[in-house]
Design a binder for this molecule. Sequence first.
Ligand SMILES: [Fe+2]
Length: 394
Amino acid sequence: MHPAIAVPIYAGLTIINGAMTEFCIRHWPFTANAARKIRPFWLIPHLLISLAPVAGTFLENSHMRFALMGVGNIYLGYFLYYGVTLALLMLFAGLATLITSRRFSSLYGIILCLSLICGFTTATYGMFHAQEIQVRRYDIAVDKPGKDMTVVFVADLHLSVNSELSTTVKMVDLINRENPDLVLVGGDIFTSSYEALFDPQYYSSALSNIRSRLGVYGVYGNHDVDEPLLGGFPMAPLSEAFRTPRMEQFMKDSGFTMLSDETVLIDGFLQLIGRVDGEKAGDGTNNRMSAAELLKGIDRAKPVLVLEHEPREYHELKEAGADMVLSGHTHNGQFFPGNLIVPLFNENGWGYKVVDGLQTLVTAGIGYYGPPIRVGTDSEISVIRLTFQQESGT
Ligand SMILES: [Fe+2]
């Protein structure tokens, strides 16, 4: 989204939020007489903190920028649930006034208090809940010869200014407890900035502790590039979105083998294909090989597992010979009502689903972007018991 559109939208929402708050204070008999006196005490802090996300987006890299970015992201969670609750309740109050032709002055006090309570409790719960990791288990059979294995799949770590190192450590511990044969990482390791990650060496050190018999393989996602974000939305054109060498070095330090339109043969039979992200290739373009080009040389007698950040092009991948696709990106909507919207725009927005005969799995991921909250969805790792036709003699 262009800043010329995003900033006025954000400013407009902030003004509407402030105007609704002022309306409630003025019409609630308890505060009506003191409305003018108390205005500076809520309006000035509100305006100052609402500038944090914008400043965090457009300032040059500095500790101040990243601090404002972190505060701004947290603020957006509270802003969202307070503002939406306030707007909905005021709509009901307005309709009640229209229908009954009566003014419910005391109702505005209830609306204001309910909105504050709902905004505070929901966003605070969401911040704590986002740090809890669930383990989701899947049994998936591929009708081709191979050796059964345990695959742990994670995605959307979204390491950034609001990340908790303890959550990454917890994730590594949960992965290792499964004694995985193979660990796969489905992109969005960063949130559009390497510099926003405080103490990156601690994170790469934690990630390097993942124990996997056959290795750790990953792909990059649309946020594994350097670009400014406002509320999670990119504020620069695609031509300026580049992956930095530091991001690539971080992956090496973490012990991950990143695949960019590449195929590797795992354990002599599993063809693992890592796709370049279709939205941001990391070189200022969205160029990548088509599904047909990428899978051209595969052996269709052997299993083909595609790792792709965004859950798209299922039909093209099936046509090209893929047996299974693992993706992330959707976060399962991350916070309500996003979890209700995601299924409307994705053939598979979350979990396991067979699409056109292709086995697909989409994880909700570990991290978050925009507000550091999860409401109505979980941070998760996916543990897949992958079974194959047993090869003769085994
Ligand atoms: Fe993504």
